[in-house]
Design a protein around this ligand. Sequence first.
Ligand code: G3H
Ligand code: 13P
Ligand code: ZN
Length: 333
Amino acid sequence: MVNFKDLGLVNTREMFAKAVDGGYAIPAFNFNNMEQLQAIIKACAETKSPVILQVSSGARKYANQTLLRYMAEGAVEYAKELGWEHPQICLHLDHGDTFELCKSCVDFGFSSVMIDGSSLPYEENIALTKKVVEYAHQFDVTVEAELGVLAGVEDDVVAEESHYTKPEEVIDFATRSGCDSLAISIGTSHGAYKFKPEQCTRDPKTGKLVPPPLAFDVLEEIEKKLPGFPIVLHGSSSVPQEYVDIINSHGGNLPDAVGIPEEQLRKAAKSAVCKINIDSDSRLAFTAAVRKVLVEKPGEFDPRKYCGPARDEMVRLYKHKIIEVLGSDGKAE
Ligand code: G3H
Ligand code: 13P
Ligand code: ZN
């Protein structure tokens, strides 16, 4: 058993309270490997942005949970080495689906866990969330819950259609479950194909897909029901067209990839949304940079020569999100 405080990590309580008050959102970036983690920490240290490092159960399987935990511990030291005096780094389980998985992360030094009971019937979602909250709070670990269903793939769960969160349920859910933050469904979804082409219109000039707007009316109703309560947006990658174009012109094939336009995320970040989850954009940045090097230099076989540029591209991406979209720069000096 190790407590997150001994690792120099923080939970989400204070960072969310400040973000709600200040009208900005905390970046929640997923990581699976060293380059992603280095890029996240470098971008956050250079911008002095608080950050949530997210580990999915897929990441745990890929990278080994012990190694991931030590990497997060190392990340705190790396941040200090980069001159970030008081790093505000949270280590968070993304889409935990069982009490046992959440417990194991709490026991392992995570400072925050998500219990995703969104695919369960309402009462079962409350009961499972409450059980995780009761355990996690003993160690001051904060808990994110989810109400409403996002379309697309969430690890092993696939939902064909999204079901918006019902504003009339949020007070009862938050009160009875005791969760610290709530992920809602207002039209975002995971991955690089957030909307089917038939849900979009086409820009007549570029021929690119223009996605439908998020359900801000639902978000506003939720905010009215739970004033000041931290709201989370999953599936918030914007799928930058320049990365898709580089991938497609260097041997890749991502037809009609489409994400959430950044102006909509900017608007969300100013509201009660205080955590914005981004994973796919980092995957796209990495893949675009690697494909470019391998096509331009076919003789290259040193991974540092293509993972290095991928890491640099991810630093640019993370800094852009922090400064231009979420507004979290300068909030953790
Ligand atoms: O929620 C989805 C995240 O992007 C994590 O993805 O399950 O493939 O690691 P993953
Ligand atoms: P994206 O696939 O839009 O990056 O969403 C990531 C996410 O929600 C992780 O939980
Ligand atoms: Zn998610």
